[in-house]
Design a protein around this ligand. Sequence first.
Ligand SMILES: [Zn+2]
Length: 286
Amino acid sequence: MRRILAGSALAMACGLVAHSGCVGVGGDGHSDLREEDELVLGLMEDLGYHQDDIELADTRIIVDKDLIFFREKLLNGEYAPVTEVDLESDPTEKGYRHPNAITVNVANIKLAFAAGATTPIKNAFINAAGDINSVANCNVVVSQNNTGPTITVREVAAVNWGTTPCAASEPACTTAPSGGNVSTDIYVKASGIAPGCSAWSNSAMDFAFRHELLHALGFTHVKQAGSIQVFDSAVCSGTATTCADMPGYTTVMKKTLELDSSTCAAQPWIPTILASDDRLTLSILF
Ligand SMILES: [Zn+2]
C-alpha cells in the first residue's frame, strides 16, 4: 500500500519514477555487491516480480512499496514455491501471492502485538481480523486467542521508522510470506502517516489494516506483476499499472490509500470493509 493526499498524486508519481531508479543501488564500486544485486533481481524475477516494482535496500527487497522480502531468505530459497497450487489460474491477475501458497494452519493464526502498540491501532486490527474471520466458506481465523502461526503487529514511533524494513514514504508494510506460512510481521507507523496528517483516522486504519492483513495472507495488489489470478474472482482488463488503483471493482487490495487532505479520512471511494470480491477471493483460496 502507498498513501497519498488529494492533489499530490502527480508529485508522488514523479517520486515513484525517481525511486525505480534506485534498483541496482550497488553503483559504489563494490562489484561483489553489484553481483549480488543482479542475483537478487534474477531470483525475484524467477518468482514473477518485475524489476520496475522492486527497490533494493540494504538487507531488504521492497516490492510495490509495502511488501518486504529479505535478501538472506531469498538467497536461501525460502520464498520458493512450497506446493503446487491446486487452483485454475491465469498468469498475472489480482488476488493471490506469487507461487508461494499459504498452506499452514490458516484456521489458527495468532494476531499478536509487540510492546508499545496503542489501543486504537490494536482495536482496528482486531476489527479487521474479525471482518476476515466472518467470511463465509473460508477457514481463516485470525485471533489473539489462537496459538498457531503468528502475525505480529509492530507499531513504531515515527522517529524510529527508519529502523523498520518499510519504505520511508509508507505508513505501513508487511513482510512477505514464506514457507507456506503467513507473514510474520506488519509494521505500522504510529504518527506522521502522511504530510499534514499526524494521526491515523479510523477510515484510514480500516482500509490499511485489512490491506496489510490480506498481504500477510498472500494477497497482492491488483494485477501486480508476478501475481496469479484467483480463478473466479474479479478480473481487471488493464495493465498492472492501471489496475493497481483502477481495478474496475472495489477491493481493499487497491494499491493506494488516498486521504482527504483536510480531515485525513480515507477518500469516499476507499473501502473500509472487505469488498465482495475480497470475500469471494478469501473463500476460494481458503
Ligand atoms: Zn500493499
